[in-house]
Design a protein around this ligand. Structure first.
Ligand code: BES
Ligand code: ZN
Ligand code: ZN
Length: 499
């Protein structure tokens, strides 16, 4: 879909549909009033008759019957102005764009009312809402004649002084939403298509397109470096493991480089501690964290952001092959710590252990890891918020601000010392699982053993990484959360490093 900005009169647009916005209890104003007038008061009549209340999520399509060039107007309710924000606008535009696509509309004009807020952020929200809301994953389905596509969406504003801000907002929103959709594509891909090798190829393709450095470490490299935890998980699979390293250098070479480490399990059977078959197919998305961090680097590079950032993605399957790890096996991570593997399904923390050590060897700091790590996180937060755990309060504050600006939700869990008891092993330095209590926290405490004293933030995205409904910017399947938060966080840390 092409996104454009036009300065002019919305009533002159010949798009397949015009979207105008309404606040509850405020009648028509701004561009909606101009359209209403051109339609001889059709919208205000509907408001007067109580058929339009302009509540949030309310949408009414009105046919224009030749009064204006565009054949239909979608009146988009945004609720009360006091409760309005750009998150609401982003979701409303996503819903409206999908509705119009269903009607076969190929070109949409959005009337940008100055009341929607500062032009750059408003344009960004509209761009994100439309691109994310119109996302589909149809790679493996033959084309259907009912497949409809919106070709172009134009933001129309009457005020020429806002054009520059609108254009930069659209561009930023486009880059962010396309990166998020790129991550969705990877996580939605079934595991027979998205192997560690393919994941590495996708990262290399990003690097080639944007002129980035991409190194892929092979099994022999991992052996040489003593990555016994990653190798232990990989040994049950016929697919060779990969450690993907994607680097973008947008700031001075001596400026600090942020590390983004993403879990890249391309399929998690549980290994010998095998998962129940019910729902196991969902584990094709167990590389969502890996996809998210690569997408974040891609977006930052496209934005030409003044940031140094490196994504590190340990990628492997977790399979119960004849050479698979057994419960009770002891393995040795890159930093020399030994691990008693009591449950082979707690594999994410094992591969991340070596990836975190590697990130530290590259002197990346802070280090942020992103992983579909624990089922316990879905019990705790459902599919609403990302669980965050950290050894650095200032980093947590940056995350909160970054998430708020992206319209994504994060919630902090504590890493109290007392929980560490759960990870004590009789035979090794650590065991890879505690009991069932506080499972997301003990998983994070396990990871903390591999970051030394670097400022570190762990994001457990199990739950929010998938949506089971179509709602606002979310489509069923992979969400691509928290790519936009990660981009904001990276920009924040580059602009003002942690004290
Ligand atoms: N990939 C799973 C976590 C997960 C579960 C993500 C459901 C998304 C949806 C992870 O590797 C896992 O299996 N974790 C175990 C850990 C347990 C054995 C300590 C879990 O959460 O059950
Ligand atoms: Zn697992
Ligand atoms: Zn897993």
């Amino acid at each position: 879909m092409k996104l454009t900005v036009q300065i002019g009169d919305i009533t002159r647009s010949d798009a397949g549909a015009i979207i105008v916005t309404l606040f509850q209890d405020e009648g028509v104003s701004g561009p909606a009033a101009a359209v209403d007038q051109a339609l001889d008061g059709a919208i205000s009549q509907l408001l007067q008759d109580g058929e339009i209340k302009a509540k949030a999520k309310e949408r009414t399509v009105v046919h224009t019957l030749g009064h204006i060039p565009s054949p239909r107007v979608l009146a988009l309710g945004l609720g009360k102005r006091a409760e309005y924000n750009h998150r609401l606008l982003r979701d409303a535009v996503a819903n409206a764009a999908r509705q119009l696509r269903g009607l076969g509309v190929e070109t949409i004009a959005v009337a940008v009312d100055p009341a929607l807020g500062e032009p750059e952020a408003t344009a960004q929200a509209i761009a994100e809402g439309s691109i994310l809301g119109l996302y589909t994953f149809k790679v493996h389905k033959k084309a259907d004649e009912d497949d409809k596509e919106v070709r172009e969406l134009t933001l129309v504003d009457a005020d020429a002084s806002r054009e520059g801000a609108l254009r930069s907002g659209v561009e930023r929103g486009r880059i962010l939403a396309e990166a998020q959709n790129w991550a969705r594509d990877l996580a939605n891909e079934p595991a027979n298509f998205m192997t560690p090798t393919v994941l590495a190829e996708r990262a290399k393709a990003v690097a080639a397109e944007l002129g980035l450095e991409c190194d892929v470490l092979e099994r022999s490299d991992m052996e040489r470096m003593g990555m016994g935890a990653l190798l232990g998980v990989a040994q049950g699979s016929h697919q060779p493991p990969k450690l993907i390293v994607l680097r973008y250098q947008g700031a001075a070479p001596d400026a600090p480089a942020l590390g983004l480490v993403g879990k890249g399990i391309t399929f998690d059977t549980g290994g010998i501690s095998i998962k129940p078959s019910q729902g196991m197919h969902e584990m094709k998305a167990d590389m969502a964290g890996g996809a998210d961090v690569i997408a974040t680097v891609k977006a930052l590079a496209e934005m030409k952001a003044k940031v140094n950032v490196t994504a590190v993605v340990p990628a492997t399957e977790n399979m119960p092959g004849g050479s698979a790890m057994r419960p009770g096996d002891v393995i040795r991570a890159m930093n020399g710590k030994t691990i008693e593997v009591l449950n082979t399904d707690a594999e994410g923390r094992l591969i991340l252990a070596d990836a975190l050590c590697y990130a530290r060897q590259l002197h990346l700091s802070p280090v942020v890891d992103v992983a579909t790590l624990t089922g316990a996180m879905i019990i705790a937060l459902g599919r609403i918020a990302v669980g965050a755990m950290t050894n650095n309060d200032a980093l947590m504050e940056r995350l909160r601000a970054a998430a708020a600006a992206a319209g994504e939700k994060v919630w902090q869990f504590p890493l109290f010392e007392e929980y560490k008891e759960h990870l004590k092993s009789e035979v090794a330095d650590l065991k890879n699982v505690g009991n069932r209590e506080a499972g997301s926290i003990t998983a994070a405490l396990f990871l903390q053993e591999f970051v030394d004293d670097a400022p570190w933030l762990h994001l457990d995205i199990a739950g929010v990484d998938q949506s089971d409904e179509v709602k606002g910017v979310l489509i069923k399947g992979s969400t691509g959360i928290p790519v936009r938060t990660l981009v904001n966080l990276s920009l924040s840390l580059a602009e003002k490093p942690l004290a």
